[in-house]
Structure formats: structure tokens, C-alpha cells
Ligand binder design. Structure first.
Ligand code: NAP
Length: 257
């Protein structure tokens, strides 16, 4: 214990409505957890120098334990360059090259929030990962790649899939653990799932009709086949926020020495 209150700086650039909702939820969670919130909103036209200047100031600010720059960014800003401006010790999204490298070689560090949340869910459900076959649908830097690495580190045998993967249904049917993060509504059907498998639905897809938000898994069809399954909304999403708060606390402990 250091006696210092952890602080999370959030940066929202532009007027993407979904990003505004996500950042508001993260700030609300900070308030509930006793973490100070420092929020910065920049116009969609904000230039590279303005954004980098803000991140540099936050990197130096001792009240700020963690910095989160909400993605996606307006098209004129490079997301990799912007993210990598964040000091690795304050990278609570775990998305800088430094954090990705630490995960890849098995060093301690700040881990990406959504795959960390999935690992907690699997552990909480008592899913045995050692020796399990885990199939991850999606290979993004944000989710798929770190997810695959965390499962591998937990001694699962991992298959990372993407658009060019042949016979997705056949591969998925062999999985003890199936994690879907592709952004395709109800892509995963009941006949893609091995009976008793743990199915984690990371997808968030907005539909014009009710229920509004759906995942990548056809929940109604898959639930009777799966041994465990997460719903959308209410499954992985809240875990992402919980892991962000946890990372902020971890960063506060690190930065305060
Ligand atoms: P992304 O960057 O668009 O990556 C999507 C991945 O899915 C890519 O690797 C793509 O393959 C693959 N893919 C797309 N369509 C496919 C298909 N028909 N068959 C096989 N693979 C396919 O997306 P992301 O950022 O990883 O996010 C994925 C989903 O998770 C989105 O719905 C997003 O909203 C959601 N998400 C949720 C949370 C949360 O907190 N719950 C957090 C992050 C993301 P290629 O590489 O070949 O293009």
C-alpha cells in the first residue's frame, strides 16, 4: 500500500458514439472503485502534435497511474504510433509494443484487458486449459493475438483463425475452448461446437432490430450444446472494464515505486 489514490486518464478523440459510451462506462467504474478519473476530449480534427503533447503531459503527471486512448481514432491519426506514445508503465490497455513483447516472451507486464477478462472467466468456470485444444477466431493485435498467447501460456494447444482459415466449422468442432472475436453476428452455430465445450463470445455487433447488440455466437442455438457460454451483452464486456481497473491499480503500484 502506498497511500496514493490510483488515477486513470482517458482520452477520447472525435465523436464516435460507441467510443463515448465505452469511455463513460470506464469512467463510471473508476468512480465506483475509488480510482481518480482524468478525462480529456479532443476534437476529431485534433492533430498528431496535439495528441502526442497531451500523452506526453500525462506520461509525466504523477497523479496519473494509467492512460487509455480510446480506439478507433479518426483516420488521420495512426493508432499504433498514438498508442506507443503511452509510457509502458502507464499502458493500462496493454497495447503498446512494449506490453505486447512482454506478453510474447512471458515477462510480467500490463496485459490487454479483454483477453485477461476471458482468462478470468475461464478460470472462474473451472475450465481446464492444460492440454485443452483452444480455437481463437480472430487475430487482431487488440484481442486475437494476445488471447492466443495467454491460452498458450496456460498450456492450451492453440489454433488462431482468420479469414483465410479453411474449414472453420470443422476446426471449431474440435475445440474444448472456443473464443469468437470476429465481429460477425451469429457466425458460430450449434453444429460448430463440440458438446460440452466452453464458448466465449467476444463479439459486439450492433443490429438495427431488437435486441440491438449481438455477439459472434448464436447464443440460443449454441447454449444447449456448450458446457459453458458467455452472453452478449453482459459476458466479456464487464470483465474488460474490471481488468482495466485492475491494470490501473497494478500500474499505480509500479509507478509509485
Ligand atoms: P478486428 O480487428 O476487426 O479483427 C477481426 C478478426 O476477425 C480478423 O483477424 C479477421 O481476419 C477475423 N475475421 C473476420 N471475419 C471473419 C470470418 N468470416 N471468418 C474468420 N475470421 C474472420 O476486430 P477486433 O478488434 O479483434 O474485435 C473483434 C470483435 O470483438 C468485434 O465485434 C469487437 O467489437 C469485439 N470486441 C469486444 C470487446 C469487449 O470488451 N467485449 C473488446 C474488443 C473487441 P483477418 O485478420 O484475416 O482479416
Amino acid at each position: 500500500m502506498t497511500g496514493e489514490t490510483p488515477g486513470l486518464a482517458t482520452i477520447l478523440i472525435g465523436d464516435d458514439p460507441a467510443s463515448a459510451v465505452y469511455v463513460a462506462a470506464k469512467r463510471r467504474a473508476c468512480g465506483e472503485a475509488g480510482i481518480r478519473s482524468f478525462h480529456h476530449e479532443l476534437a476529431a480534427s485534433a492533430g498528431r502534435d496535439e495528441v502526442h503533447g497531451l500523452i506526453d503531459r500525462l506520461n509525466r503527471d504523477p497523479r496519473v497511474s494509467g492512460i487509455l486512448c480510446q480506439l478507433p481514432l479518426p483516420p488521420h491519426l495512426d493508432p499504433a504510433e498514438t498508442t506507443n506514445r503511452i509510457a509502458p508503465d502507464k499502458d493500462v490497455d496493454g497495447l503498446t509494443v512494449a506490453s505486447a513483447g512482454r506478453l510474447a516472451v512471458g515477462l510480467d507486464g500490463l496485459r490487454p484487458c479483454t483477453p485477461s477478462g476471458v482468462m478470468h472467466l475461464l478460470e472462474d468456470a473451472g475450465v481446464e486449459l492444460r492440454g485443452a485444444l483452444a480455437v481463437v477466431l480472430g487475430r487482431s493485435n487488440l484481442f486475437g493475438k494476445p488471447m492466443a498467447q495467454m491460452l498458450l501460456a496456460a498450456d492450451a494447444t492453440v489454433v488462431a483463425c482468420h479469414r483465410r482459415t479453411p474449414d472453420l466449422p470443422g476446426l471449431c468442432r474440435q475445440a474444448d475452448v472456443l473464443v469468437a472475436a470476429v465481429g460477425r453476428p451469429a457466425l458460430v452455430q450449434a453444429d460448430w461446437v463440440k458438446p460440452g465445450a466452453a464458448v466465449i463470445d467476444v463479439g459486439i455487433n450492433r443490429t438495427p432490430s431488437s435486441p440491438g447488440l449481438v455477439g459472434d455466437v448464436d447464443f440460443e442455438a449454441v447454449a444447449p450444446v456448450a458446457g459453458a457460454i458467455t452472453p452478449v451483452p453482459g459476458g466479456v464486456g464487464p470483465m474488460t472494464i474490471a481488468c482495466l481497473l485492475r491494470n490501473t491499480l497494478q500500474a499505480a503500484r509500479t509507478t509509485s515505486g
